[in-house]
Design a protein around this ligand. Structure first.
Ligand code: CMC
Length: 428
């Protein structure tokens, strides 16, 4: 017999089905709550609200488990490649040899962007944050591919938009950086793999020979895998909600980039390094900053610590911590900021405030350190996160569309003024 949950209110009893997922997570299905009882639920920040059922990513925050389509993140980070993971997330299964070759060939073939996009890029001042530039360029694809505005296109046409997104995102990301430093843009080099091509577009200078360092390219590939999906977080929910209005896939992904930008979400990786730099400049006293983070009268938070769903070590942080050590050793980088990070981590993990609240280092605590070692400038860190998260956003958008989900439209409890008569307060 299927389970149910009962709600009793004003002497009436209401019964709601309980649905259980493949990993035994349970939810009370309240779809009929308002119709039956007139009540709605109130859950700021959606801390207890499932917005959808999804077959893409499983994460158990208490146990520190993360799997894409059933595959452990640890295995994927060690044995797979970013493009293979992208295929897995978007199409549901690991690609065969032929499928993989075709997928990467298609992506490579579409890396070039319309020349007029350069004019849009040139319109941005050089101090524009690359996240704003990236989201704008992605949204501009609606103008270059107006067919994408029709939500009821064939699967083949939708797939072409998906390929274009994956192919052009590294070009836009690198160009956003070139705009910032005032250098001419580099065109894609289709003889290179996904990450190497991105690195070359980022770092090659017209007057100098540039060879991609395979250590850097492999480290970047791993970082992108770790960021590729994370179920219904702020940016992913944004992509699904915007997409649910049947806006173009490009507009939906552009909205996701904007949602990712904030320091409480993807922007944390930039904030972590800025925080570590500030601690270093202030004499390197990690304890002082730990105390600030614990002080309720001080708005300071330890960036890179805590997570909405992980109340155990973030499994991505474990992998990335090791990768940071490996990359720094291989590249011979000696970063004093890393020493402060380790000191802070040690102090926080042994502090009762952080223990009580289950605040562990998250993925962003270490990703910034690797990005720095790879030569990526600080304000490009969140762009790197966006590059990694793209296949996840696409997969979630596709699933939302295939499920035929209704438009996202929460309710509210109104607490403003009751009806009142209009009496003008000024002489016009
Ligand atoms: N430093 C100090 N105290 C913290 C921190 C922190 N980083 N994070 C949470 N707390 C405290 C918070 O003050 C609260 O304490 P109390 O119960 O005494 O009021 C308690 O821990 C619970 O915090 P919360 O804000 O209710 O938790 P949340 O689930 O709403 O927020 C978070 C999660 C990630 C926004 C938050 O932990 C935070 O701001 N962390 C720093 C920013 C960061 O690193 N973000 C990246 C997240 S990982 C990348 C991603 O997936 O987006």
């Amino acid at each position: 017999m299927s389970e149910s949950a009962k709600l009793s209110f004003k002497g009436q009893e209401y019964e709601f089905p309980v649905i259980t997922g493949t990993e035994n997570e349970s939810a009370i299905d309240i779809a009929k709550l308002r119709g039956a009882s007139g009540l709605i639920t109130l859950d700021p920040g959606f801390k207890n609200t499932g917005s959808t059922t999804s077959a893409i990513t499983f994460l158990d925050g208490e146990e520190g488990i993360l799997r894409y389509r059933g595959y452990k993140i640890e295995d994927l980070a060690e044995k797979s490649s970013f493009l293979e993971v992208a295929y897995l997330l978007i199409y549901g299964e690991l690609p065969s040899q032929a499928e993989y070759e075709n997928f990467s060939k298609e992506i490579t073939h579409h890396t070039l962007v319309h020349e007029d996009i350069k004019k849009i890029l040139e319109g941005f001042p050089s101090n524009a944050h690359p996240m704003g530039v990236l989201s704008s360029l992605i949204c501009s694809l609606t103008a270059f591919y107006p067919d994408s505005l029709n939500p009821n296109r064939s699967e083949e046409e939708v797939n072409m938009s998906i390929i274009r997104l994956l192919a052009k995102m590294p070009t836009f990301a690198a160009w956003a950086y070139k705009n910032e430093v005032g250098h001419p843009v580099n065109y894609p080099d289709n003889s290179l793999d996904y990450c190497s091509n991105f690195l070359k577009m980022m770092f090659a200078l017209p007057a100098e020979k540039y060879d991609v360092d395979p250590v850097v390219s492999a480290a970047l590939d791993k970082l992108l895998i770790l960021h590729a999906d994370h179920e219904q977080n702020c940016s992913t929910s944004t992509v699904r909600v915007v997409g649910s209005s049947q806006a173009s896939i490009y507009a939906s992904i552009s909205a996701g980039i904007n949602a990712l930008w904030g320091p409480l979400h993807g922007g944390a990786n930039q904030s972590v390094i800025e925080m570590l730099e500030a601690i270093k400049a202030d004499g390197g006293d990690a304890k002082k900053y730990l105390d600030k983070a614990k002080d309720k009268n001080d708005p300071f938070r330890l960036m890179g610590f805590g997570h909405r769903v992980y109340k155990n070590f973030d499994p991505r942080a474990r992998i990335i911590k090791k990768a940071a050590d490996d990359v720094l050793t291989k590249l011979g980088v000696n970063d004093p900021v890393l020493d402060i990070a380790k000191e802070l981590e040690h102090a926080a993990l042994n502090d009762q405030y952080f223990i009580d609240r289950k605040l562990y280092p998250n993925v962003d605590f270490y990703s910034g350190i690797i990005y720095r070692a790879l030569g990526i400038p600080t304000d490009m860190f969140t762009v790197m996160f966006a590059l990694g998260r793209l296949p996840g956003w696409i997969a979630q958008w596709k699933e939302m569309r295939e499920n035929g989900e209704p438009i996202g439209r929460p309710r509210q409890i109104y607490v403003g003024a009751n009806e009142r008569d209009y009496v003008s307060m000024n002489k016009r």
